[in-house]
Design a protein around this ligand. Structure first.
Ligand SMILES: *Cc1c(COP(=O)(O)O)cnc(C)c1O
Length: 337
């Protein structure tokens, strides 16, 4: 797979570290656990969307766009990273934030990622929960076009084949690091949402014939729908980078048992996982994605899916800025507007 032929703007600190988590490994008495630190991609406190934005915003520039539009839930990490990258490339950014959780407290509505969106100079509008947010974004784009602007639309999570190229690249980076360390990777685990991360990783791992299985821990959709979304996008992404047909349906595995009450709503186990990583490793997870991903991973270790003697890589996809939008979930008083 040759990614060098796609336009790309370098925003991320790469390669991100691949490090052993000795204390968590010892505490769980299971496999050796390694973490791929994509929370350390650099822009605006980091996260996985920065890898996608390297390819997406290069396309925006090639198309002569003068404003970037995207959408997400109120505490969207994707929106925050888009705002930061747009600021760095000196292009306007407008964000449509969906009230997907029904949370109304001050922290959720104004702190965390929302504060950072403002600091990066993005303009923001809010809308009610909507099952077709990308359709809503097209309406917003029509408004900007009527004003003579040239908008570039980024779908929720940056999840289309162009964005997923960022995770094809991450798969190659990860396998290169593992090879250099003499590390045999038995399984890769991460939180999966809008599907671009998992789709890119699968396209990359399959395209390299790595033989490394991948598990996505779902944060929103039921398993069947999540796997269908990932499979479709993984096939399109593989085709885009010259590996058409490399992805098989059985390569796509998601587990949606850890969603809890819904997207963006913490669970007792996700809060426990956040505390565990903070106290054992000094690493910050987040309530929406990586806390649930880690809670699922820990539960599956306890159930024997991952065993002593194996090496498992958990990809930390970022999101710690969102912690400040969820202060009340940790038992502290949150301010009400
Ligand atoms: C967006 C996001 C994910 C999920 O990635 P997708 O490509 O949307 O599936 C995981 N973790 C964090 C912190 C995210 O912001």
């Amino acid at each position: 797979m040759n990614l060098g032929r796609f336009p790309r703007i370098r925003f991320a600190h790469l390669p991100t570290p691949l490090e052993h988590l000795p204390n968590l490994s010892r505490a769980l008495e299971g496999p050796e656990i390694f973490m791929k630190r994509d929370d350390c991609t650099g822009m605006s406190s980091g996260g996985n969307k920065t890898r996608k934005l390297e390819f997406l915003l290069a396309e925006a520039r090639a198309q002569g766009a003068d404003i970037v539009l995207t959408q997400g839930a109120t505490q969207s990490n994707h929106a925050r990273q888009t705002a930061a990258c747009a600021a760095k490339m000196r292009i306007d950014c407008h964000i449509l934030l969906e009230d997907r959780t029904g949370k109304t407290d001050h922290d959720y509505r104004q702190s965390g990622n929302v504060l950072l969106d403002h600091l990066h100079g993005a303009t923001i509008e809010h809308c009610a929960a909507n099952p077709d947010m990308n359709g809503e974004l097209v309406k917003v784009a029509a408004r900007f076009k009527a004003d003579g602007r040239k908008p570039y639309l980024i779908p929720g999570g940056g999840s289309n084949p162009t964005g997923a190229l960022g995770y094809v690249n991450a798969a190659m980076e990860l396998m290169g690091q593992a090879n250099d360390m003499g590390l045999k990777v038995d399984h890769v685990v991460h939180a999966t949402g809008s599907a671009g991360t998992q789709a890119g990783l699968i396209a990359g791992l399959a395209g390299m014939r790595s033989g490394v299985p991948l598990l996505g821990v779902g944060v929103r959709a039921p398993r069947d729908r999540q796997e269908e979304n990932v499979f479709k996008l993984a096939c399109a992404t593989a085709e885009m980078c010259g590996a058409a047909g490399a992805v098989r349906r059985e390569d796509v595995v998601a587990n949606s048992d850890y969603v809890g009450a819904g997207y963006g709503l913490s669970t007792p186990d996700s809060l426990a996982a956040i505390r565990t990583l903070a106290r054992l490793e000094g690493i910050l997870l987040d309530p929406v994605y990586t806390g649930k991903g880690m809670a699922g991973f820990i539960d599956l270790v306890r159930k024997g899916m991952f065993k002593k003697g194996q090496n498992i890589v958990f990809i930390h996809t970022g999101g710690s800025a969102g912690l400040f939008g969820y202060v009340g979930d940790f038992g502290f008083a949150s301010r009400h507007a």
